[in-house]
Design a protein around this ligand. Structure first.
Ligand code: PEP
Ligand code: MN
Length: 339
């Protein structure tokens, strides 16, 4: 950590800051310039709050050098994390995984129709919400356990892994037998009690970036899961809220290479929620692949006009097939392959 003192700071103020740092367990190296004094402090506790120093008299600015997360940070596993599933699928390796399916599981017929088509097109993971976090309490809330059973059945039939969103602690145990990955939605990225409980299971967790979360906050949320012992975490950019209203969210493509640099965890992109518009999903999916995403999460519906949620951003199966063809062309250009 670097503490820059004000030009006008008195020696007494500088000494006071040094004593503060030493009491906190830092060793301090003082550089006294002609005008300004700089204090370099090393050995901090990871939970140190720099604002405690910023408010001391004579302090101009404080910069943290080390990351406030350790398990999720790149230096914990410089070579990167590859998640391996029992069917041989790997996420985080050279192959890029496409996860697809409806926003919500609506019926057996709907799920099986879509599953067959996405499997044929080359998706490897089936997505589908059983518990839905809807902005309105009057909107469709999901079929619950019935949806989980359908997901497992469809996943097994079409040889797809299954991912579904967990919204609360009480659903974890119920979901474990049915899903291969838990999805933690944007609205729950900072539900710390839920994250802590997910740290106690072995099932991999795909953690979505919150609607207005910084990348540091996303990594700290991953740290919650990992600190509990579950290192099988995948991160996901799904668009953030900005002043732009044309799209549902603003797809932050830059989050992909940034996370790949800051963290060893596999990174996913969800261009469906990132844009909210069917016609913008494919361009953002292509861009995400080119930017280094390890997996893509895409909503597909055979009859999106009648979908119970997120129809406007769901691709028709033939659009999804076309996108897969394009992704297979782009992947080798960036040294990857589509699984
Ligand atoms: C979803 O995947 O359908 C979903 C609700 O995602 P998010 O949490 O990103 O809004
Ligand atoms: Mn959705």
């Amino acid at each position: 950590m670097i503490v820059a003192m004000q030009d006008s700071a008195s020696d007494e103020q500088i000494q006071n800051v040094i004593e503060h740092l030493v009491r906190m367990g830092f060793s301090v190296h003082r550089t006294t310039g002609v005008r300004q004094t700089i204090l370099a402090a090393v050995g901090a506790r990871i939970d140190f709050d720099t604002r405690n120093l910023e408010v001391l008299p004579g302090v101009q600015e404080v910069h943290r050098i080390s990351a406030p997360y350790k398990l999720a940070g790149r230096s914990f596993r410089p070579e990167g994390t590859i998640l391996k599933f029992p069917n041989g699928l790997q996420i985080g390796g050279n192959e890029v995984i496409v996860m697809a399916g409806p926003c919500s599981v609506e019926s057996r017929e709907q799920l099986f129709t879509i599953s067959e088509q996405i499997a044929k097109a080359g998706a490897r993971v089936l997505r589908g919400g059983a518990f839905k976090p809807r902005s309105s309490p009057y909107a469709f809330q999901g079929l619950g356990l019935e949806a989980l059973k359908l997901l497992r059945e469809a996943g097994d039939k079409f040889r797809l892994l299954v991912i579904s969103e967990v919204m609360e602690i009480s659903q974890i145990e119920m979901m474990v037998p049915y899903v291969d990955l838990f999805q933690v939605g944007a609205r729950n990225m900072q539900n710390f009690n839920l994250l802590r409980e997910l740290g106690k299971v072995k099932t991999p967790v795909l953690l979505k970036r919150g609607i207005s979360a910084t990348l540091e906050e996303l990594l700290l949320s991953a740290e919650y899961i990992m600190a509990g012992g579950n290192y099988n975490v995948i991160l996901c950019e799904r668009g953030i809220r900005t002043f732009e209203t044309y799209t549902r969210n603003t797809m932050d493509i830059s989050a992909i290479p940034i996370i790949k640099k800051l963290s060893h965890l596999p990174m996913t992109a969800d261009p469906s929620h990132g844009t909210g518009r069917r016609d913008k999903v494919a361009p953002m999916a292509r861009a995400s692949l080119a930017a280094g995403a390890d997996a893509l999460l895409i909503e597909v519906h055979h009859d999106p006009d009648h979908a119970l949620s997120d129809g406007a951003q769901s691709l028709f199966p033939d659009q999804f097939q076309e996108l897969m063809n394009e992704l297979r062309i782009i992947a080798p250009a960036v040294g990857r392959q589509i699984a």
